[in-house]
Design a protein around this ligand. Structure first.
Ligand code: NOJ
Length: 546
């Protein structure tokens, strides 16, 4: 077990989307056995910790973010004993483990929800969720929309067979929202936190951390569909980022501090501005929160500089570290985003409607973006497969799509499956080592990924994988990198970013069209493309010793 040093202030954390990491039991779906078989890979990559997406029993209406039992493991992924062994093995390798907590909603198969369906309106069972009568017999209680499309309310059939109350689901109908005004819900989640802390996990990623508390009157929004990945443009929203969520996090912080070993939280909170995000990481609340403004930012120097400045400024006010992230399982992979002239975070409109990305440009920028991200003060997340330079798979056949967005949008938005395609590990044909016995993976892999397998990149010192390994090693070893402060070097062209980390390191990122002569320096510690005649080519970043 590594030493306790406020590790989360500058850790690099690898996100495992468990269904797609590695399949140890040969059913075509990733699992705990698969992860255990890849721990040496993670250690060699050089990450400090892993975050595993939900592994609990689930009917998988939303890839496991529909939890039926918070204290067990889905049989597709393994057993609780396997999970305990994994926690131990991760610690033995000097890494840490963060699990995913999904407190906004349960699965409709959770025993609480099944109990609520069987119980009467107004019962204790219904008060664990958000049940209401409709505005009229066939009209939902308000106009809120589901993030995945369609209304956020579903009408139930009462036990006596009559059409009855409606329940709230900000996501899929299979994900009923819990009622966080109910002390029983709060007590239950404190118990769930203890369950996993007692098993030695080092932290929790909190799903939809900005959504738990709703306006008590559930007023109409007046806007219809809500996109969780686009932050609300108003601060007083009836269900996002309400002040009431902070009481919950203050109590969770106290709870974590009862445990030895520097346990931590990271919030998934899509909010309007950096100052709102900083509220989640005030003293006595959560430790960290993903910086989605950075992820959403296009490849543009002024925009990037502004996001970096406003984020650091807001966080400095509360003493929390920044938490940088370029990709995750909800957004288009950044090789693809950066390969489009106007990169957006996108979760994939229909294929015919989007311009094809230039993956060569996207890959080049992704390499530079890595050096930018890892040179910034704070901690960083790496989404599985980005170290292999994987792109978004935008041409998955329609019949394999599983993201609820696809059906809920009336098959107009493909959703997030394209960033969840199982990893290519080795070999020249599908499943590229993903399934140990050669079974076909749950989503098909592009055939050209044979050039992107971990095995193929291993020995190539110019590969994306080698860049990630080199950068993570240099970041660990160099005293200037990680937590701390940075200062911009001014007097450089507008399309070039240069900043200093002390002691003795300059990060230079050339976002312009032409090569940029490097400023005075000692050794080039690392560059995302070769430096040519003292010049940094376009879409390239370098770390320079000074
Ligand atoms: C955010 C998760 O990252 C996403 O995958 C999920 O669909 C929603 N929360 C709902 O739990």
């Amino acid at each position: 077990m590594p030493a306790d040093t406020l590790w989360w202030r500058d850790a690099v954390i690898y996100q495992i989307y468990i269904r797609s990491m590695a399949d140890g039991d040969g059913d075509g779906v990733g699992d705990i056995a698969g992860i255990r078989s890849r721990l040496s890979y993670l250690r060699e990559l050089g990450v400090d910790a892993v975050w595993i997406t939900p592994w609990y029993p689930s009917p998988m209406a939303d890839g496991g973010y529909d939890v039926a039992d918070y204290r067990d493991i889905d049989p597709t992924f393994g057993t609780l004993t396997n999970a305990e062994s994994l926690i131990r093995e991760i610690h033995e390798r000097g890494m840490r483990l963060i699990v995913d907590l999904v407190p906004n909603h349960t699965s409709h198969c959770h025993e609480w929800f099944q109990g609520a369906l069987a119980a009467a309106p107004g019962s204790r069972e219904r008060q664990r969720y958000v049940f209401r009568d409709g505005k009229s017999p066939d009209q939902p209680p308000n106009d809120w929309g589901s993030v995945f499309g369609g209304p956020a309310w579903t009408q139930v059939t009462e036990p006596d067979g009559r059409p009855g109350q409606w329940y709230l689901h900000l996501f899929a109908p299979e994900q009923p929202d819990l009622n966080w005004d109910n002390p029983e819900v709060r007590a239950e989640f404190e118990d769930v936190l203890r369950f996993w802390l007692d098993r030695g996990v080092d932290g929790f990623r909190i799903d939809v951390a900005h959504g738990l508390v709703k306006h008590p009157d559930l007023p109409d929004l007046g806007t219809g569909h809500e996109d969780v990945l686009e932050p609300p443009d108003r601060v007083h929203h009836p269900h996002w980022d309400r002040d009431g969520v902070h009481d919950i996090y203050r109590s969770w912080r106290r709870l974590a501090e009862e445990y030895p070993g520097d346990r931590m939280y990271v919030a998934e909170a899509w909010v309007a501005k950096p100052e709102r995000l900083a509220r989640y990481v005030r003293p006595g609340e959560l430790h960290t929160a993903f910086n989605f403004d950075f992820l959403r930012c296009s490849w543009d120097s002024a925009a990037l500089r502004s996001v970096i400045d406003t984020s650091l400024h807001a966080l400095r006010g509360v003493g929390a570290p920044a938490t940088w992230v370029l990709s995750n399982h909800d957004v288009t992979r950044h090789v693809t985003r950066y390969g489009r002239p106007h990169s957006t975070r996108g979760s994939g409109p229909q294929r015919e409607l989007i311009e094809p990305p230039d993956l060569e440009v996207g890959t080049r920028r992704a390499r530079a973006a890595l050096l930018l991200m890892l040179a910034l003060p704070g901690s960083a997340y790496v989404y599985q497969g980005e170290e292999l330079g994987l792109e978004e798979v935008e041409d998955l056949p329609e019949e394999v799509l599983q993201d609820p967005t696809w059906e809920r949008s009336g098959r107009t938005i493909r959703g997030r499956d394209g960033c969840r395609v199982p990893l290519p590990w080795s070999g020249v044909a599908q499943p590229f080592g993903f399934s140990l016995n050669g079974s076909q993976p749950w989503l098909p892999q592009p055939s050209h990924w044979q050039g992107l397998t971990a095995e193929a990149q291993q020995a190539d010192q110019h590969s994306m994988l080698s860049l990630y390994r080199d950068a993570l090693r240099a970041r660990r070893e160099h005293p200037a990198l990680g937590d701390g402060t940075m200062s911009w070097v001014d007097g450089v062209p507008p399309d070039v970013l240069v900043f200093r980390r002390d002691p003795g390191l300059l990060c230079v990122v050339n976002l312009s069209e032409s090569p940029y002569p490097l400023p005075e320096h000692g050794r080039v510690l690392l560059s995302s493309e070769p430096v040519q005649n003292g010049k940094l080519p376009r879409d390239t970043a370098a770390w320079l010793e000074t």
